[in-house]
Design a protein around this ligand. Sequence first.
Ligand code: PMP
Length: 430
Amino acid sequence: VLPGEGPDVREGASEVATEGVSRAEDFVRGRGIRLVREDGTAFLDAASGTFNVPLGYDHPEVVEAVVEQLRRMAHASSSLMAAQAKQVLSELLAHAPSHLTAGWMRDITGSTANECAVQVAQKATGKTDVLSLFLSHHGQTQFTTAISGNAFRRKGFPEAVSPHSVKVPAPYCYRCFYKAKYPGCGMLCVERISDFVEYASSGSVACMLVEPVLGNGGNVVPPPGYFQALNKLCEEKGILLIADEVQTGMGRTGHLFASEALGFKPNIVTLAKGLGGIGVPVAAVLFEGALDVLESHEHSFTSGCNPVALTAASATLKAMTSGHLLANVRRNGIILGELLHTLATRHPCVGDVRGLGYMWGLEIVREDGSPDVEKTLALIRVAQERHQLVLRGSRYSFGNVVKVRPPLIATQDDLEEIVARLGRALADVG
Ligand code: PMP
C-alpha cells in the first residue's frame, strides 16, 4: 500500500499510513518548494517530501549534475566505483566535525546506513548490545525495526525483536516518562541508563543509537545538557555513541550536522534523506578513524556507490556549503519558531511547539492535555485540502505531532505563507 492509498484517514483514523499523508495526489511536477498536479494545482510542500528534499524539487545545479552523470553512466558495479565513492566521502568528511575521519559510502537508505553503523560498533568493540530510545525510528529492515522504539512495527515479525536491543526512556520533557520536571529532574533519562545497562542488557553493550531530534517520534528536542551528559556516560561505560542524522543531518537544523548544533561528539554519524538534495536516494556513515574496521563484503549492495547517487550527494554538499543556505536556515528558523509560537497562543489545541532550524513540531492536545490524534489527522487533511502538505509523527508516538519541515530553500515569505495556511487550517478544525 502506497502512502495515501488504503483506508482513508477520514474513516479509519488510526489505520492509515503512519506518517499521516492524507491521500494520494497525482503530482506530475516539482517546482522549488511546490508539487504540481496534472491539472496545474500547486501544493506547498512544508514536509520536504519525507524530509528528503532539502533543496526543493528542481535545484538547478543538482539537477544538472545528475542529468549529466546519467548521460555519461547511470551505473557501474560498486566495486568499480571506489574512487568516486572515496572522493565524495572525503568531501563530506571535510565538512564534518574534525574527529570524524573515515566512513562508508555504499548505502542508499538510512536503514542500511544504521545497520552499517551498528556493524561498525559491534565489530570494533567486540560487544553485542544496542541501546536506543523509546519513540525512536531507525529504519525498516528487520534489525533496525528491532532497535527502533516504535514497537508497533515489530508486530508479527519475530526477527524484528532482538535480544541485543535495549530501549531506554527518551528525553521527552513535555510528556516525561519519569513524570519529572526539567531541570529539577537531574535528567533521570540519562542517569537511569546505567540501570538499563546493568539490569536489562547482556552486559556487553556496543553502542547507543540516538536521533539528535527524535523525528518520527514527535519532533522531540532534548533539554539543554542532555547530549553532553549522554556523551559523558557513554564514554565512561565504553559505549560508542551513534547519531542517526538521517532526518536531522544535511542542514535541517541550520548546521550540516545536528550534533554541531547541539554541541556533542558522536563516534559515528549516519546520513541519508537530505544527502541526495532533491530526493535522490543515497546514504553515508561517518566515523572516527579507529573504527574503520569493516571489510567490503560485510556491508555492500548492488546499487551501492551508484554514480548518480554519489553525484547528487556531491552536488548537494556543494550547494549547502558554498552559499548562505545554512545561515538563512539558522536565521529564518528562529523566525519560523516565533511564528509557530504566536500561532499556538491563538489556538489552545497546540499544546507544545518545539524544534530548531527548519525542523518544527506542533503537539495537538485536548483541553486536558491528552494527545488529540483525531484533530491532528483533521488538521493534516484540511491543510492538504488547502494545498499544503505537512506530515505527523508516527501514530505510536501519540500520533499528535504535526511536523513542519519546509525545504531549506524556503524564504521568509514562504515560511510566513506556510504558517498562515496552518493557522487557517487550525481555525477550520476548531
Ligand atoms: N532513521 C531515521 C531517523 C529516519 O527518520 C528514517 C526514515 N524515516 C530512517 C532512519 C530510515 O531511512 P530510510 O527510509 O531511508 O531507510
